[in-house]
Design a protein around this ligand. Structure first.
Ligand code: NAD
Ligand code: UGA
Length: 483
């Protein structure tokens, strides 16, 4: 085991996921003097981070592979050697998943902290000398207290009985997937919560290599943890607000794009996060709000809990009403009809499908007996299969499909191209705002569809006139049927 070198900073990041991988890549690029080991229990994931072919990295993020090419093997390393990486680290970042609990106390709402706790125990056992432990994962308020207790209870039982010391900081991550590199390189703010000035300064010094000191905010631990949950809740609340108005527009003749634009010009409101859609997805908004609801109830703040719960309820409703509209427009039945699903990731520019609205919408349509042709530029067929997780619905590859003529009800195929997705379908649903879906050659491709056919633009990204002039019927979120 190497000793800590007082001249150089050594970081260990536990968790090589959507946050750990990109965040550490950017730190490694901006701070060549720091050595970073990103470690994970998942051997397959680490192997993928080490792949020579950079198009096979486990996380797709614009700009990420270029940085990895520059720093991997120089001052950024991916491995499963968790213990040694902890032992030589001055700073350990905890970047593991904190999903909603599926069973036990608080199931369905509280965050499951078993991975965080296991990291804290491992750091307690394997660290040497003084270690700064940084919560990067999103944690319930007061988790740092638990981490501190675990760390403090771990002094060596055997000679040479050298005392270990720890400082715990909260440094939540605000990156959004699809723009992670940009967000990390030019953050609106970096938040550091803690009570140890020296440790806070050590972490701030790292960020100052590329972030203006004015953007580095320092708070106490609990404010920092609560800020992260609140920021996500506020963003999600804006989406539920605009989605509620989208439904209003559809029944009154308003147009959500016009309304959003007009609302957003008020500087006090701002124009971001006012795009209506199928409801927010992603691994965090729902989980973090549920956690806020759980904590509010725990502290007896029932009105607060109800307020945030309504943001989730509206989101679920928005998600469910899409499939109802599709069925309604297709003469009340989609049994045996073929539909194209464009987009399976929860937003554009990521291969992440966690809590993607496409999953529930696809499941609802399959349940009604539709045959789906699913296309996504970055999500793999295996991922879609895992997400749909429906043994009763058949998955056919393109080749099998051409043989079998895709005859089963409630089945789906992975379409490798948009053209293949359009073959003989009664409707096209645009569910993710991928750039390539904004440039579809509707005039040419409309000939592949059955007639009469519908386009359901759930992200308001297609050019309406081109669709209509191609002889297709168009429904847009927050506008309804467009003629
Ligand atoms: P992820 O699931 O992509 O990655 C987490 C990784 O941690 C996994 O690879 C898992 O194998 C590993 N892991 C779990 N327990 C471990 C252990 N004991 N030892 C070693 N490895 C372990 O998750 P993510 O999307 O990177 O999110 C991580 C945290 O960051 C969450 O708390 C999330 O809320 C928060 N966050 C996520 C985003 C985002 O955009 N995904 C943004 C900001 C904050
Ligand atoms: C979100 C936050 O934006 C990040 O700041 C935060 O760090 C992160 O969660 C997290 O904690 O995990 P992310 O979920 O990656 O980031 O992506 P967003 O851009 O926030 O989109 C979330 C969902 O809302 C997507 O499904 C997106 O399509 C939807 N959305 C977003 C809308 O429907 N309308 C909008 O105007 C914006």
């Amino acid at each position: 085991m190497k000793k800590k070198d007082s001249q150089k900073t050594n970081i260990c990041c536990i968790g090589a996921g959507y946050v750990g991988g990109p965040t550490m890549s950017v730190i490694a690029e901006k701070c060549p003097y720091i050595t970073i080991n990103v470690v994970d229990l998942n051997q397959e994931r680490i192997a993928a981070w080490n792949k020579k072919d950079l198009s096979k990295l486990p996380v797709f993020e614009p700009g990420l592979s270029k940085i990895i090419e520059k720093v991997r093997g120089k001052n950024l390393f991916f491995s499963t050697d968790i213990d040694n990486s902890i032992a030589i680290a001055d700073i350990v970042f905890i970047c593991v998943n904190t999903p909603t609990k599926v069973k036990g106390l608080g199931a369905g709402r509280a965050s499951d902290l078993k991975w965080v706790e296991s990291c804290a125990r491992r750091v307690a056992s394997k660290s040497t000398g003084h270690t700064i432990v940084v919560e990067k994962s999103t944690m319930p308020v007061r988790t740092a207290e638990t981490i501190k207790i675990i760390l403090q209870s771990s002094q060596p039982m055997n000679p040479p009985y050298k005392e270990k010391t720890f400082s715990v900081l909260s440094n939540p991550e605000f990156l959004a997937e699809g723009t992670a590199i940009k967000d990390l390189e030019k953050p609106d703010r970096v938040l550091i919560g803690g009570d140890d000035e020296k440790a806070i300064e050590k972490l701030a010094e790292i960020y100052r290599n590329w972030v203006d000191n004015k953007k580095i905010l320092k708070t106490n631990l609990w404010s920092s943890e609560l800020t992260k949950l609140s920021a996500n809740a506020f963003l999600a609340q804006r989406i539920s607000s605009i989605n509620s108005i989208s439904a209003f527009c559809e029944v009154t003749g308003g147009n959500i794009i016009e309304v959003s634009k007009a609302i957003g010009t008020d500087k006090r409101i701002g124009k971001q996060f006012l795009r209506a859609g199928p409801g927010f997805g992603g691994s965090c908004f729902k989980k973090d709000i549920l956690n806020l609801v759980y904590l509010s109830e725990y502290y007896g703040l029932n009105e607060v809990a109800n307020y945030w719960q309504s943001v989730i309820n509206l989101n679920n409703w928005q998600n469910q009403r899409i499939s109802r509209i599709v069925i309604d427009k297709l003469f009340g039945t989609i049994s045996g009809k073929s539909l194209a699903i464009l987009g399976f990731s929860f937003k554009a520019n990521t291969n992440d499908t966690r809590e993607s609205p496409s999953i529930n919408i696809a499941k609802d349509l399959l349940e009604e007996g539709a045959k789906l042709r699913i296309h996504d530029p970055k999500v793999s067929i295996d991922q879609i299969e895992k997400d749909l997780n429906l043994i009763e619905f058949n998955k056919l590859t393109d080749k099998e499909q051409s043989k079998q003529e895709f005859s089963n009800q409630g089945s789906w195929i992975f379409a490798e191209t948009i053209e293949k997705a359009f073959m003989d379908v009664d409707a096209v649903l645009v569910l993710t705002e991928w750039e390539e879906y904004t440039n579809i050659q509707w005039k040419k491709l409309s000939k592949l569809l059955r007639t009469p056919a519908w386009v359901f633009d759930v992200r308001s990204i297609v050019e309406p006139n081109t669709v209509i002039q191609s002889g297709l019927q168009l429904w847009r979120i927050g506008e309804g049927s467009v003629s």
